[in-house]
Design a protein around this ligand. Structure first.
Ligand code: ATP
Ligand code: MG
Length: 381
C-alpha cells in the first residue's frame, strides 16, 4: 500500500469557507504529528478527503488515528487512473496477496459522477477477475474501490478515528491540570472539540516531593498525540497555601485555594489572550464540587470555566482515561497540593460573603504575582 485515505466527519455540516479552514488546520496537525516522528509523507487534499502518501503506512496510521477531526482512515493503494480496465488489471494481478484461497470476498465500489457505469456494475466487473468465492453479505474480505476526482483508491478496512474537530478550530483554553484522573480526561474532551490547550499545574513543593510536577509533565506529553504543541505553566502554590492555613479557619480552605488557582489561571489566560479555563470538576464528586462551592469558586474570576466532565461519574471518566492512555500515569501516588492541606470537614456550602471577608486577610494581588514570578514554563512540541 502506498498511503492512507482519510475521511472527516463533522466537517461536512460546515459552510465551505469554514470547511476550508478546518481542512487546513487538520492538514497542519497531521503534518506536525508525522514530522515529530520523522515520517516522510506527501499530503494530497481533495474536495472531501485527504490522501497521505507514505512508505510507512503502519506507523503513520497509528499516529494519525489520534488526531481530532478524523472520522475514519484506511490504508490504501492510490492509482492515478479511473479507467476500469486498469483497475481490473491491478486487482487481477494482486488479489492473491489480499485474499486467501479459502476466503470469501465482496467488492464494494463507489464513484463520483464522472464515471458512466453504476457502482454495482463496477463491483461486478472487478469481482469477475477474482478467483475466490463471492459472499456479499458476510465476506471474509472486502475490497473497497473508490473512484474520486484524482484517481482510484483501493482498500480493505475502515479504521475508526476519534472524530471531533481539528485542534485550532475552536479557540484556545487554559486547562487546570492536577495530574489526577479527571483533568487529563477533561483536557482530551476539549481537544476533541477543536480547542488548542495550554496547561497549568499548581504544586506544593517543598511540602510535597515533585511527583505531581513529573506527572503533569508526563500527561502533557501524552496529550501531545492529540495536538501539535502546548505549554505547561508550573506554579508554586505552597506559600499561598501556608498563608491561607495561617489566616483562615479549616472549613473554607479548599474553596479559598481553588479561588486562588482560578485567579492565577485567569491572569495568565488574559496575558495569552485565552478566553476560558477548563477543569476536571464533576458535580458532587468531592466536597469542593458541590453546586454551591462551584458557584463560590467561579465568582473569583470573570472568564468562564468550562467543565466538560460536570455530568460524568467516576467510572465513566475512568473508561475514557484508559482509552486515552492517561490512567496509568494519573494513579501514580502524589502529594496533592490540596489534599495535603485539606481539613477533616470541608464545607459543602461555602458562603460567598464569609469567603470574601476571609480573603480580606490575604494579600491576593501580591501573593498571585509572586507565584507567577516564580513559575516555570515548559513547551512541548
Ligand atoms: P483530577 O480531577 O485531575 O482527577 P482531583 O480529582 O484530585 O484530580 P480535584 O481535587 O477534584 O482534583 O480538583 C478538581 C479540578 O481542579 C481538577 O480536575 C483540576 O482541573 C483542578 N485542580 C485541582 N488541583 C489542581 C492542581 N494542583 N493544579 C492544577 N489544577 C488543579
Ligand atoms: Mg476530580
Amino acid at each position: 500500500m502506498n498511503g492512507i485515505l482519510i475521511s472527516f466527519g463533522e466537517l461536512f455540516i460546515k459552510s465551505s469557507s469554514v470547511r476550508d479552514l478546518f481542512i487546513r488546520k487538520l492538514s497542519n496537525n497531521i503534518e506536525c504529528a508525522l514530522a515529530r516522528e520523522k515520517i516522510k509523507y506527501k499530503l494530497i487534499t481533495t474536495h472531501d478527503k485527504l490522501f497521505l502518501e507514505t512508505k510507512n503506512v503502519i506507523d503513520a496510521t497509528n499516529i494519525i488515528q489520534n488526531i481530532p477531526g478524523i472520522s475514519s482512515l484506511s490504508p490504501a493503494y492510490f492509482l492515478e487512473t479511473k479507467s476500469l480496465e486498469e483497475i481490473i488489471k491491478f486487482v487481477e494481478k494482486n488479489y492473491i496477496d489480499w485474499i486467501k484461497e479459502n476466503e470469501t470476498f465482496a467488492v464494494r465500489a463507489r464513484h463520483d459522477n464522472t464515471v458512466k457505469l453504476s457502482s454495482q456494475e463496477i463491483a461486478k466487473d472487478i469481482g469477475n477477475v477474482v478467483d475466490r468465492k463471492a459472499n456479499l453479505s458476510h465476506p471474509d474480505k472486502e475490497i473497497f474501490i473508490e473512484m474520486r476526482e484524482k484517481g482510484t483508491y483501493i482498500y480493505f478496512e475502515v479504521i475508526k478515528g476519534i472524530d471531533g474537530l481539528p485542534v485550532g478550530c475552536s479557540g484556545q483554553l487554559l486547562s487546570l491540570m492536577s495530574a489526577g484522573i479527571d483533568s487529563p480526561v477533561s483536557s482530551f474532551l476539549m481537544l476533541k472539540r477543536g480547542c488548542e490547550l495550554n496547561y497549568i499545574h499548581y504544586h506544593s513543593v517543598p511540602a510535597t516531593n515533585d511527583a505531581s510536577i513529573i506527572k503533569s509533565k508526563d500527561l502533557c506529553k501524552l496529550l501531545l498525540k492529540y495536538q501539535p504543541k502546548s505549554k505547561l505553566y508550573i506554579v508554586p502554590f505552597y506559600k499561598i497555601q501556608m498563608e491561607i492555613k495561617m489566616k483562615t479557619p479549616p472549613e473554607e480552605r479548599i474553596v479559598l485555594y481553588r479561588r486562588f488557582m482560578l485567579r492565577i489561571a485567569e491572569l495568565l489566560a488574559k496575558q495569552e489572550k485565552i478566553k476560558a479555563l477548563v477543569t476536571g470538576e464533576a458535580l458532587a464528586q468531592v466536597s469542593s464540587q458541590t453546586l454551591d462551592n462551584m458557584c463560590t469558586i467561579q465568582e473569583a474570576i470573570t472568564i468562564p470555566v468550562l467543565r466538560p466532565l460536570v455530568g460524568y461519574n467516576k467510572e465513566e471518566i475512568i473508561i475514557i482515561a484508559k482509552q486515552i492512555g492517561s490512567y496509568e500515569t494519573s494513579i501514580i501516588p502524589q502529594g496533592d497540593c490540596c489534599t495535603l492541606f485539606t481539613p477533616k470537614h470541608p464545607t459543602t456550602k461555602a458562603d460567598l460573603h464569609k469567603v470574601k471577608e476571609l480573603e480580606k486577610e490575604l494579600d491576593i494581588d501580591s501573593l498571585s504575582k509572586d507565584a507567577i514570578d516564580r513559575m516555570e514554563i515548559i513547551e512541548f512540541k
